[in-house]
Design a binder for this molecule. Structure first.
Ligand code: ATP
Ligand code: MG
Ligand code: MG
Ligand code: MG
Length: 473
């Protein structure tokens, strides 16, 4: 089953069950300035869940474009390292606004997976929140999942991968237990069941998360039951596609294979299994959709996250030996894969190419020299020592290497980076810029402000006009 068909079947199933199909909203959340990017299907319904907005329907379904890079949910560091994380992905979801609750949410999910998508039930595992006896009972007694495959999970706050089965919109407001559905890709793949120490492997993969908004938490931490509990679910299209296409990695699904081939064509890489091709294929999706939704590469906030993703893709191209602009040439291939489901992508393709090309030309000037500096520093580094903050800062400030990009290269070589040293170098530079600004004011010269946006690196720096901004989503 092709990705497009899987998406279609999901939406049709819920439409048949009384849900209104709602189009994906923008990656730039219109209703939430605190959120960097739309990172799940519920974002566009946030005010509906909060009771601040009403809609003509009580049940909705969507396929939401989502980005998890920077900000609260950040999967950028997982891309290229796990088989299941992307910076950009599509989240299929169904939502109940005070209508049905746990029982129907669980039944719908099970019916879709086993009767429509025809997954073998014995390959499915579920988790519930440790105190949620109600959900546990529905899974075991009504659906018939054997107790050995139902795992109770607590809230593992702060753990990088470990499941956390209690969801909250924010510190106060709606919250409640989750129930997640996992697929077992089989013993050939390393990993353990949810809740086990090996769960961060890729054998048991979380495909669907059902969130039951059951309580309202106040500032003092008291939880009161919501008069009309709600449901919010999310299933990664790429993950369910991997399952249905009998492949284990998301990168082996139809859509990604075509993008990987395109990346190989544009970089001249002969090995289709090369990890860099996966990263490039992932990043072209995130970057193109962010640009379609109005983000442009820059030095702050959303624009800086976009710039970081683009530069990481270009560095992977460089690693494969491609020193010329290539990334923007993948846009038509992406349109071929996703333009039908997202007409705004097809409509904006020319602009996307242009923005990417500009960014490629700009970074191309310093990438090669920066890489030489980095290689030199790494070669001179005594074994076991982290890369020093001055080098990190120099690469950032003069060569336009976002610090996470340098850290990623170091990670490939099993070298740590001295982030404190980097921050210290940054602070020193800020202080100097402030002092220079004050001096200019005193001398009656124009004050350019501490937020001067820099465009080039070496030249502007040489002219003393640069105040580098380091922004972490
Ligand atoms: P994981 O534990 O695997 O990181 P999650 O618990 O963070 O996933 P949720 O916030 O529950 O993910 O999102 C709902 C669904 O979206 C997940 O069950 C998964 O199918 C999908 N998903 C989440 N993050 C990603 C990602 N970075 N790339 C692709 N799919 C994702
Ligand atoms: Mg996650
Ligand atoms: Mg999870
Ligand atoms: Mg989850």
């Amino acid at each position: 089953m092709k990705s497009a068909e899987i998406r279609q079947k999901f939406l049709q199933f819920f439409e048949k069950n009384g849900h209104t199909i709602v189009p994906s909203s923008s990656l730039v959340p219109g209703n939430d300035p605190t959120l960097l990017f739309t990172n799940s299907g519920m974002v566009q319904f946030k005010d509906v869940f909060l009771g601040l907005e009403t809609r003509p329907y009580k049940r909705a379904t969507s396929s939401q474009r989502s980005v998890r890079a920077g900000g609260k949910h950040n999967d950028l560091e997982n891309v290229g390292y796990t088989a299941r994380h992307h910076t950009f992905f599509e989240m299929l979801g169904n939502f109940s606004f005070g209508d049905y609750f746990k029982r129907d949410a669980i039944r719908y999910a099970w019916e879709l997976l086993t009767a429509v998508y025809k997954l073998p039930p014995e390959k499915l595992w579920v988790t519930v929140y440790q105190e949620d006896d109600e959900a546990y009972g529905i899974w075991r007694d009504e659906i018939g999942v054997p107790a050995e495959r139902i795992v109770r999970i607590g809230d593992n706050k702060g753990a990088r991968y470990a499941s956390d089965n209690f969801w909250q919109m924010a510190d106060t407001g709606p919250c409640g237990p989750c129930s997640e559905i996992f697929y077992d890709h089989g013993p050939e793949v390393w990993g353990g069941p949810p809740g086990s120490p090996e769960e961060d492997g890729d054998r048991y993969i979380e495909i669907w998360n059902l969130v039951f908004m059951q309580f309202e938490r106040d500032a003092a931490g008291n939880m009161t039951p919501l008069p009309k509990p709600c449901v919010d679910t999310g299933m990664g299209l790429e993950r369910i596609a991997a399952v249905l296409q009998h492949v284990h990695s998301n990168y082996e699904i139809d859509l990604f294979q075509n993008l990987i081939r395109a990346a190989a064509r544009e970089t001249g890489c002969a090995d289709l299994a090369d990890n860099s091709l996966k990263v490039i294929a992932d990043h072209i999706r995130a970057c193109s959709f962010l640009i379609v939704d109005g983000v442009i590469p820059g030095n702050e906030g959303r624009g800086y996250v976009l710039r970081r993703i683009i530069r990481r893709a270009l560095r992977h191209g460089y690693k494969l030996g491609q020193t010329k602009p290539f990334f923007h040439r993948l846009v038509p291939d992406l349109v071929a894969e996703m333009g039908q489901a997202y007409p705004e992508l097809a409509a904006g393709a020319a602009r996307v190419e242009q923005v990417l090309r500009q960014e490629e030309e700009r970074f191309g000037e310093t990438l090669e020299n920066g890489m030489k500096i980095l290689e030199g520093a790494l070669a001179a580094l005594p074994a076991g020592k982290p890369l020093d903050g001055e080098t990190l800062f120099n690469l950032y400030d003069t060569y336009g290497f976002p610090v996470d990009l340098t850290a990623d290269i170091c990670r490939e070589r099993q070298v740590e980076v001295d982030m404190d040293g980097f921050e210290a170098a940054m602070a020193r530079q800020r202080e100097q810029a402030r002092a220079a600004g004050k001096f200019k004011m005193a001398a009656g010269l124009a004050y350019e402000g501490a937020k001067t946006v820099f465009e080039g690196y070496a030249t502007l720096k040489a002219e003393g006009r640069v105040t580098a901004l380091y922004v972490d989503g």
